[in-house]
Design a protein around this ligand. Sequence first.
Ligand code: ADP
Ligand code: ADP
Length: 233
Amino acid sequence: MIVFDQVQKSYQVGGRAIPALHPTDLTIEAGEVFGIVGHSGAGKSTLVRLINLLERPTGGRILIDGETINDYGSAELRAFRRKVGMIFQHFNLLSSKTVAENIAFPMKLAGIYSKSEITDRVQELLARVSLSDHANKYPSQLSGGQKQRVGIARALACRPTILLCDEATSALDPQTTQSVLKLLADINRELGLTIVLITHEMDVVRRVCDRVAVMDAGRVVEMGPVSEVFLHP
Ligand code: ADP
Ligand code: ADP
């Protein structure tokens, strides 16, 4: 469970503190798919980047499974980051590494897995995202949907309990979007992962989200089950 207790975030711009997230209370239940929608600049990325401490809050408390994460030091942060996977609009794969090496990379960085553990896990993840035949290809040899499936496998490598998705399907065509959404829904159901996803696509919200928050100008202005927040299809 992810809890925001009066969490706020300001950025320092030219010596001034510009608020990007006003004090916000929010609870995301374990195992749910939680969508965040809103115009560009509304604060969606800021909110999501606070969950994995890519940004530190400038006020309030963030609790994950009951533990306050705000003032984690570097050792705690390393362990914590393994619990939170992230996927991106433009995939952020390493172009000089193969598919398998990209997936293995976070496990190697973590420094706690043996070589055989990594190899077994990479094979398992390749199968899960249907890329077993592409293990030794480079990202430039893959379609957009395949690249995002590599991104998903890499995000899952260290067995996170939370998956953050920042416009993960925005660069994909509608058909590929459907297959990536189905994969995310399967992961949510089979692995019980909590998924927090930012999107500007209403179809994505309707297809996979349990609840949704609507953001505007640094505030959550509406929040609830998708069918209640968006009454009219
Ligand atoms: P969204 O994801 O909804 O587009 P963001 O969270 O990226 O919104 O941005 C919210 C506000 O914070 C915007 O006004 C943006 O310009 C500002 N902002 C985001 N990141 C930074 C940063 N690193 N430094 C300064 N301002 C930022
Ligand atoms: P190393 O020289 O340590 O093996 P690499 O960067 O070449 O480093 O590979 C990183 C890891 O990627 C390997 O340890 C292995 O676990 C994984 N890997 C590479 N290719 C494959 C593959 N075809 N199938 C499964 N795992 C692979």
